[in-house]
Design a protein around this ligand. Structure first.
Ligand SMILES: Cc1cc2nc3c(=O)[nH]c(=O)nc-3n(C[C@H](O)[C@H](O)[C@H](O)COP(=O)(O)OP(=O)(O)OC[C@H]3O[C@@H](n4cnc5c(N)ncnc54)[C@H](O)[C@@H]3O)c2cc1C
Length: 383
């Protein structure tokens, strides 16, 4: 069975658990046990380290399929893949060129091999007040003994408390860096998550006052975080796109079932809503696949980055539009708590909010369309 077929099987089980985790805003632990048992936590890990060695386009197919079963599980899985995918895809010569010490490569391989064996890595980047803007973050780091001390407060950390390690963005003066901080002493999770949508991501607050070893500095060099966000935005921007396409597909399937069961499928207005939703979802998917294949062929290329921002904008907005339209087609009964369309409608609403937000993507693309540098031309810093 290939990884997409495995994801399809898992999505069926995830769909059965989704309602309860949404209601409780609780982490879908059994879903991650299933992903671990199926070997999918090694999706982006090179085969030489025991993983599946998949490319970005395969990631997109797997993520969209998982999201058809549980949007929240697929979103947390996206966080894990963004850490492992970015680590796996950074070429050794590039890492050496920016100054990575030799010890970094052995450490990176160990981290990736652990993922193939079931370790889960999540992202503690965002902060209250700063959102995901690296340049506004207050979490701080400094050299301490044989490594670093990282202190600060993070919010919206999907899966907080369930990870083996967290990718943490922190600053030391003007230098913004990323660390992989192992779970354990010095990390405290505060249960703050009771939101509108994507409730089962359990994206709680994380407080850090922790010593980490020298190799925990991602890339082995200080000050790389902003550079990496610019040259390889795919894991910060486009990896969400597939998840939101999966939500749109799930909303259409759910609406088709409910409309048929209720005998409303003969209504022309209802059919037209399904038809428009189908076309819009497929368009967002093609934009996502275009971005993904460009990421695999020419990562960091200006045309690739443009495709990345387009995919995120289209998928985020399309999911919300499609889920809203499907809810309307199915009527008020679909808005009852416990109806899967009601959950999908709320989950879909989060797509435009995740970084880069739809408004930020649109601004970035507009600046590019004007022939200007979209990373430089911004009312406030992009990251
Ligand atoms: C379901 C869910 C799960 C998440 N999981 C994680 C996670 O695991 N880890 C994590 O670190 N974070 C996570 N986040 C947080 C997310 O990554 C963002 O950091 C956060 O949503 C952005 O912060 P904010 O919503 O406060 O918006 P802000 O970024 O503060 O934006 C507020 C407003 O300002 C606008 N804006 C911001 N910057 C610009 C700009 N440069 N140009 C023009 N307009 C701009 C935005 O469009 C928006 O309208 C999650 C968020 C959600 C919804």
């Amino acid at each position: 069975m290939n990884v997409v077929e495995t994801a399809r099987d898992l999505a069926t089980a995830f769909a059965e658990r989704a309602e309860q985790h949404d209601r409780e805003a609780s982490f879908p632990k059994a879903d991650f046990d299933d992903l671990r048992a199926a070997g999918l936590l090694g999706l982006m890990v090179p085969e030489r380290l025991g993983g599946n060695g998949c490319d970005f386009a395969t990631y997109a197919r797997v993520a969209a399929t998982l999201a058809e079963g549980s949007a929240a599980t697929a979103l947390v899985f996206n966080m894990h893949c963004s850490v492992t995918g970015a680590l796996a895809a950074t070429p050794d010569d590039l890492a050496r060129a920016v100054g990575a010490p030799e010890s970094f490569f052995a450490w990176r391989d160990r981290v990736l091999a652990d993922a193939a064996n079931g370790a889960l890595y999540l992202v503690a980047m965002s902060e209250r007040g700063a959102g995901s803007r690296f340049s506004a973050m207050t979490t701080a780091y400094e050299a301490e003994g044989d490594g670093w001390r990282v202190r600060g407060h993070k919010t919206f950390c999907s899966g907080a408390g369930h990870a083996d390690a967290y990718a943490v963005v922190a600053r030391n003066g003007d230098s913004v860096s990323q660390f992989l901080v192992p779970a354990g002493d010095g990390i405290r999770v505060e249960q703050t998550w009771d939101p509108l949508g994507m409730r089962a991501t359990a994206s709680n607050d994380v407080h850090l006052d922790v010593h980490v070893g020298r190799d925990a500095l991602l890339g082995g060099v200080e000050g790389l975080a902003l550079l990496l966000a610019r040259v390889s935005p795919q894991w910060l921007v486009a990896s969400y796109a597939a998840v939101y396409v999966g939500i749109a597909r799930a909303a259409i399937a759910c609406a088709a079932t409910q409309l048929t069961e209720r005998g409303l499928h003969g209504l022309p207005a209802v059919r037209a809503r399904l038809g428009r939703a189908d076309a819009a979802t497929q368009a967002a998917w093609l934009a996502t696949l275009d971005a993904a294949s460009r990421v695999d062929a020419a990562p960091g290329d200006p045309a690739t980055n443009r495709a990345v921002y387009r995919a995120k904008l289209l998928a985020g907005d399309t999911a919300a539009d499609v889920a809203g339209s499907m809810l309307e087609a199915c009527g008020t009964s679909a808005t009852r708590r416990g109806n899967p369309l009601e959950r999908l409608f709320r989950d879909a609403r989060c797509g435009a909010l995740q970084p880069a937000t739809s408004d930020v993507c649109a601004d970035w693309l507009g600046v590019a369309a004007l022939g200007l540098d979209p990373d430089e031309e911004a009312a406030v810093p992009r990251w």
